[in-house]
Design a binder for this molecule. Structure first.
Ligand code: HEM
Length: 226
């Protein structure tokens, strides 16, 4: 099929997954099967999809270190940009549908609810990364490009904290609605630890050792010619 010549299965999978949330929302809206609390549902679903895509963009590098699948590295940009798209929709829903562009009320709410400040910080930091994610900016910014894009290590924990904080519950007893955000936080923590250079090197040495083993030529026993 022509499509498979132009796009890899991973690329197709990422695009399908990214659009699936909007498609599903549209389908439920058109079939009148959407939530009875549509604004909150829209806000929550777009927020969850944004953070999921953000986490997926971060797990590409460690997964490549473990499984040696370099195509993952090429897909980080698409995942990051989709995360920004969903975060922008999430914010627009908050500003427009939830608060009807009542700016003074929006500002008051932001300062009354610290989890929104954290979310806003995460969102604002995502914007320069999205804008400079294109190759032309890589060339323009040179070494600073990598430095700038390391801000994602701050953005993702902030988004996870925003998610956790937006929920009612007790983190110690894991009661309430906080199991899901705690799982996100744990996945994020594990994959961020895997990105620490010393850990990364260790994993890489382990995996190359393991992967190399089956292909290593077995040393031939010396045959005594006499
Ligand atoms: C200006 C920036 C932001 C604002 C004003 C904002 C606002 C909100 C609000 C009001 C809620 C609570 C919804 C509810 O339960 O009724 C929420 C939840 C959430 N937000 Fe944000 N947010 C922002 C940025 C972000 C960003 C950048 C992300 C992710 C990358 C994000 C992900 C989430 C998630 C995952 C939830 C919880 C969804 C759920 O309850 O299942 N938000 N946000």
């Amino acid at each position: 099929m022509k499509i498979f010549n132009r796009y890899t299965p991973l690329q197709i999978g990422i695009h399908l997954y990214a659009w699936s949330a909007l498609a599903w929302i549209l389908f439920e809206l058109l079939t009148d099967s959407f939530s009875i609390n549509p604004i909150q549902e829209l806000e929550q679903r777009t927020g969850r999809h944004a953070i999921t895509l953000l986490v997926l963009s971060l797990v590409c590098t460690p997964l490549n270190t473990i499984f040696k699948f370099p195509e993952l590295l090429k897909r980080r940009r698409a995942l990051g940009l989709y995360a920004l798209l969903y975060a922008a929709i999430h914010v627009l829903i908050f500003i427009n549908l939830d608060y009807g562009l009542a700016w003074s009320l929006i500002v008051r709410t932001i300062f009354e609810k610290p989890y929104i400040i954290v979310g806003a910080l995460s969102f604002l930091l995502m914007i320069p990364l999205g804008v400079t994610s294109f190759d032309i900016w890589k060339v323009r910014l040179g070494k600073n490009w990598k430095r700038l894009h390391q801000v994602v290590y701050l953005i993702a924990p902030l988004a996870a904290l925003h998610y956790l904080w937006s929920k009612k519950g007790d983190i110690l007893t894991l009661s309430g609605d906080i199991v899901r955000p705690v799982i996100y936080g744990l996945i994020l923590a594990i994959f961020l630890i895997l990105r620490i250079p010393v850990v990364r090197k260790y994993i890489a040495s382990l995996t190359t050792g393991k992967l190399a083993l089956p292909f290593k030529k077995n040393p031939q026993p010396k045959v005594d010619a006499s």
